[in-house]
Design a protein around this ligand. Sequence first.
Ligand code: AMP
Ligand code: GLY
Length: 443
Amino acid sequence: MKILIVGSGAREHALAKALHRSPQQPEIYCCASSNNPGIRNLAKGYWIGDICQVEAVSKQARQWQIELAIIGPEAPLEQGLADELWAHAIPTIGPKKKLAQIETSKAFTRNLLKKYHVKGSLEYRVFQGMADVQEFLQHLGHDGYVIKADGLMGGKGVKVAGEHLHSFQEALQFCQELTDLGHSFVIEEKLVGQEFSFLCFSDGTHLVPMPLVQDHKRAFDGDKGPNTGGMGSYSFANHRLPFLSDTDIASAFHMNESIIDALTAEYREPYIGILYGSFIATKSGVQLIEFNARFGDPEALNVLAILESDFVRICQQMVTGDLSHEAVRFANLATVCKYAVPQGYPDEPQKNVEITIDAVQNREQLYLAAVNEEDGKLLATGSRAVAVVGVADNILAAEKIAEAEIQRIQGPLFHRQDIGTRELINRRIHQMQELRQRDYRLL
Ligand code: AMP
Ligand code: GLY
């Protein structure tokens, strides 16, 4: 079977590894925007170009006689790559353009949730310019708002009051910058609590959950610094997170189901692909931060590292609409993923610096992202460079593995040392305990 992966980050490297492990032994092809030597080693064909040029990607896919495609990132979904591939009878994992709006437009999603009365929706307004902005900020109150550029910003178009914005004046200035750039934006209520990612496989009618993961968006230890694409993530051996109750998990799953139902009612088209709900567990229950229409990066690395069943089979079931729970089995193991990123990331990253990964011991759990190979040298090109995943019976052992491995990567890079540690996880549990005035078990 010939399978195409679109994209060339660590997430797509994880997808390539998962396909490579399949007993069906598919031939792997990749349409990439950069040269990822990790994926290239596993691929029979590797095309480099603009993956948002849907006709060019589709033409290449037909030349290779691709039988199934998996779209990694959101940008080609926004351009309608899934529509284009299906139109040429290539079954595709990744929703069509209209359905992908749940990720590509925050305003669309909030409006859809409102229309279908999906609970867990917070107070928000969409702005095209500065009219009424000040009034709405004041309504939400000092430290009570979050400002998000509408459209795809790689997780970097969000600023949170009290963390990135310290006065109404700074907030207004950010809104003015977005307006000057021609972006519309959403201002919404700021929520306090613990974030988590709930990914599901979807065939349009059946939604099969993956283990829950917590990502770390902030650049520096202690959740300080600017938002990034995600510095690392962890999952527990029981596939839950220690600060979530059964009710939290059930209501997040229910929101995932509700958005699929709303999309189906709206467009009468199956949502085939990955649904990734990003939630926050607050004092008074779970609320939605956003939906994504693809695997998370780094979350894909956590979950695919422990996927025991045949990933190809799961994809086949998704495109034929007969996805079953039995086809999806994850090992009861904990995972910790850490990313090494260039100095200066995300605002002013050093570019094309040489790095060395030779000392990493377990190549199975090494994932290449924004790197290039030139004259036998590995260069970090400016975004998240390399990820490692520690897999073990418990989270602390998994963290030790990940930390030891990432220390073996050499070059002008940095990573978060605190992800997956007892101290940081206990701090998160403690926050929930305080918020809810209820006892949770510490690590
Ligand atoms: P997003 O790009 O929407 O995932 O937002 C990036 C990050 O901003 C999230 O991971 C949160 O840490 C933070 N954030 C987004 N929306 C909210 C909100 N309503 N309340 C508090 N924090 C938020
Ligand atoms: N984990 C963040 C993202 O994939 O958007």
